[in-house]
Design a protein around this ligand. Structure first.
Ligand code: BEZ
Length: 259
C-alpha cells in the first residue's frame, strides 16, 4: 500500500472505506498462484489482507510496508504472520524468496529502477515478480481536475504518482535481467465506497499528500471543485444514493528473474 513514501496513512480510513484495494488484488493472486512451501514477499502489504491470503495457500508469507501504522495494524490483524517496515527502494530479505508480490503500491514510487533492482536481489533465480499498479492514463480525469483545482495554490502542477506505459515498465524489467511472461494495461473503472462522499473519501485518502499542506477550509474547497467538475463523468445518481467511479487503469506484470 505504502512503500517509500513519507505520507502517514490513516489505517482506519483505508480499512473502512477502501477495501476495494485488496478485494481487486485478489485476482492478482491467481497470477501469482502461490504454492505450498514457497516463500513469498508481499511488497507494500498495507494492513495485511493479501499477505494472509498468500499464507492461506500454504506459502510462507512475509509482509513489508514503508508505513509503520500500516505494519502495526497488519500485525494486529494477523499476529501469526511476519511483517516488517521497509522501503521498496532499499529493502533486503534474510533469505531469497520464490516470489515477490505487489498490489497497488508501485505507483507511489518515482524510482522504479531501484525497486526492480531490490526485487531482483530478493528473488531466487527463476523466481517471479507479480505486480499490479496504476499504468499510463490511470485516474487521468481525477488528476486533471485536481491539478486544475489546485492551480491557484501551486506554481506548477504536481503529479504525485508514477504511472508508466506498458513498454516503459517492461523495458525496465528486461534491462535488469527479467523475462516478462505477461504484461497488460487495462481500464478498470472502480466504484468508490461511501455513496455521495465516495470521491471526497478517495481524495482524502490518496491525494492526501497534495491536500495536506493546505488549510482545512481550502482543502474542502478543492474537494468540492473536483466533485463538481467530475459530476458529469464520474458520478451517477441512483434511487438508493449516488455512486462515484474512479477512472483506474492498471498495469499488471508477471516477470521471471533469469537464471
Ligand atoms: C491506484 O490504485 O491506481 C491509485 C491509488 C492511489 C492514487 C492513485 C492511484
Amino acid at each position: 500500500m505504502a512503500i517509500a513514501s513519507n505520507i502517514r496513512w490513516d489505517t482506519a480510513r483505508y480499512e473502512n472505506q477502501h477495501a476495494f484495494v485488496w478485494e481487486y488484488g485478489e485476482s492478482l493472486l491467481d497470477l501469482l498462484s502461490p504454492q505450498w512451501g514457497e516463500r513469498i514477499l508481499d511488497l507494500g502489504c498495507g494492513t495485511g489482507q493479501l499477505t494472509e491470503k498468500i499464507a492461506a495457500s500454504g506459502a510462507e508469507a512475509i509482509g513489508m510496508d514503508a508505513d509503520t501504522a500500516m505494519i502495526e495494524k497488519a500485525q494486529q490483524n494477523y499476529p501469526h504472520l511476519s511483517f516488517a517496515v521497509a522501503d521498496a527502494r532499499t529493502f533486503q530479505v534474510a533469505q531469497p524468496v520464490d516470489a515477490v508480490f505487489s498490489n497497488a503500491v508501485l505507483h507511489w514510487i518515482h524510482q522504479p529502477d531501484s525497486v526492480i533492482e531490490q526485487v531482483g536481489q530478493a528473488l531466487k533465480s527463476g523466481g517471479r515478480f507479480v505486480a499490479e499498479f496504476g499504468g499510463q492514463g490511470n485516474v487521468a480525469g481525477i488528476l486533471r481536475s485536481l491539478q486544475q483545482a489546485l492551480q491557484p495554490y501551486r506554481s506548477s502542477p504536481l503529479n504525485p504518482w508514477y504511472f508508466p506505459s506498458l513498454s516503459e515498465y517492461t523495458t525496465r524489467l528486461e534491462r535488469q535481467g527479467f523475462e516478462v511472461i505477461y504484461a497488460a494495461l487495462f481500464d478498470r473503472p472502480t466504484p468508490l465506497q461511501g455513496g455521495e462522499a465516495g470521491m471526497a473519501n478517495w481524495l482524502k485518502m490518496f491525494a492526501h499528500g497534495l491536500l495536506a499542506e493546505l488549510p482545512d477550509p481550502v482543502q474542502a474547497q478543492v474537494i468540492q471543485a473536483v466533485e463538481s467538475d467530475l459530476q458529469s463523468t464520474h458520478y451517477a445518481a441512483g434511487e438508493t444514493g449516488g455512486q462515484w467511479t474512479a477512472d483506474y487503469r492498471r498495469l499488471r506484470v508477471l516477470a521471471i528473474k533469469s537464471e
